[in-house]
Design a protein around this ligand. Structure first.
Ligand code: GLA
Length: 386
């Protein structure tokens, strides 16, 4: 998909602001979406993840108001929302775009921050409902707008935690910390190794000569939240039965020793998480030595583990991954994100990129009847001024 010139996007957003509110915005902020290179369903198990921001983001043009009213305009949906900071509620059962901003306003105030009202025009180019964290990007963009307009003392780690809290408590999705953390703390041309227990992190330089290819499978599953919460519960059950705080504390040997204490399916779920943590750490080592073949093999193994052990892939996604794994010059490919559809991520040698895109575009529709959307992504900086 074509990436519009960023300056131009700011001008267009300022135009929306001027038409819907008065005058020019005080500032324009942005927060990126993300792709997870490896480390799936490990974040809420206190484990390790290796996501990367993508150069697609959500932008907000905003002005502070003297009162306690927040007026929002979504340029992408041509919709308005108005609410008072003294009474922040969900709009309806199914969360809408405005609920993410409302949620952020609610948790910031619960955390003790004093907010003024604002007028804000919002627009983004992160594909929605594709598993690329457009909602985390919206949350972090809204937090950044409130932070700057109110001069809040809020560091990027706390911003991520509050974004996750908005998602957990206001939206009702029990996600881990990964998506908000990378949108807040990502660094251009780097992936980020995050220890989801200590919240320490380390930027890992992305290798020259290889591209990150994100492909939307066009598979959407409505039941994602319930399946996600089910896997989370199975992991928590496994940790409880093994007498540890979280699966982060379990080694492969320990899991082996506890086989008889765990229901078969629970043991399979736990095996995915335990081995995925190790694959994530090994991938960081591979990236640091420039051993992309090793990283690719770990990505392939991660996919197999999500397919066979964690059971969160679909036949179409498996097909899409297989097409990429079979293309010469592709180091490895896997599903990325929560599962049951969404996107795949592949690491490919630059000179093999055209062949990979051609293989996806020819074979995936022929084998599944679905139309893929391919994005060649670079890591952008985390949330900040646009
Ligand atoms: C979703 C959640 C994340 C993480 C991934 C799976 O993206 O929002 O917190 O759990 O699924 O790795």
């Amino acid at each position: 998909m074509e990436k519009p010139n960023p300056m131009n996007r700011n001008d267009i957003l300022s135009g929306h602001f001027a038409r819907n509110f008065a005058g020019k915005p005080d500032l324009i902020v942005r927060a990126p979406g993300r792709v997870n290179l490896i480390g799936e369903h490990t974040d809420y198990n206190d484990g390790f993840v290796l996501p990367m921001t993508i150069d697609y983001d959500v932008r907000i043009a905003a002005c502070a108001r003297p009162d306690r009213t927040v007026r929002l305009y979504s340029a992408d949906m041509n919709k308005h929302d108005t609410f008072s900071l003294d009474d922040v509620r969900r709009l309806g059962d199914k969360p809408t775009w405005a609920d993410y901003v409302r949620g952020v306003a609610a948790v910031l105030q619960q955390a003790g921050f004093r907010l003024r009202g604002m007028d804000a025009a919002i627009s983004g180019n992160v594909p929605r409902e594709a598993g690329l964290s457009s909602s985390a990007a919206l949350e972090l963009a809204a937090i950044t707008a409130f932070r700057r307009l109110n001069a809040l003392e809020l560091d990027p780690v706390r911003a991520a935690i509050l974004g996750q809290r908005a998602e957990n408590e206001f939206i009702g999705m029990r996600c881990g910390i990964m998506d908000q953390f990378i949108s807040s703390l990502g660094k251009a041309d780097h992936a980020l190794l995050i220890d989801c227990r200590s919240l320490s992190y380390e930027p890992v330089s992305m290798p020259a000569g290889a591209s990150v290819v994100v492909t939307d499978s066009a598979i959407r599953r409505e039941l994602t939240d319930s399946a996600y919460n089910n896997r989370r519960a199975q992991c928590e059950e496994g940790a409880r039965l093994m007498g540890v705080k979280a699966l982060r504390d379990v080694s492969e040997e320990m899991l082996e020793a506890h086989q008889a204490d765990l229901p078969v399916v629970t043991a399979q779920r736990c095996r995915h998480v335990v081995t995925e943590n190790q694959r994530t750490l090994d991938s960081v080592k591979g990236l640091k030595r420039g051993d992309l073949a090793a990283v690719g093999e770990l990505m392939n193994a991660s996919h197999a583990s999500m397919r066979d052990g964690f059971a969160i892939t679909t036949p179409e996604i498996d097909t899409l991954v297989e097409i990429q794994q079979n293309t010469p010059g592709c180091f490895g490919a896997r599903m990325t994100g929560g599962g049951f559809g969404g996107c795949t991520v592949a690491l490919v040698r630059d000179d093999a990129l055209p062949a990979l895109v051609a293989a996806i575009e020819a074979q995936y529709p022929a084998r599944t009847g679905r139309t893929p959307q391919v994005y060649v992504c670079r890591a952008a900086d985390g949330a900040g001024l646009a």
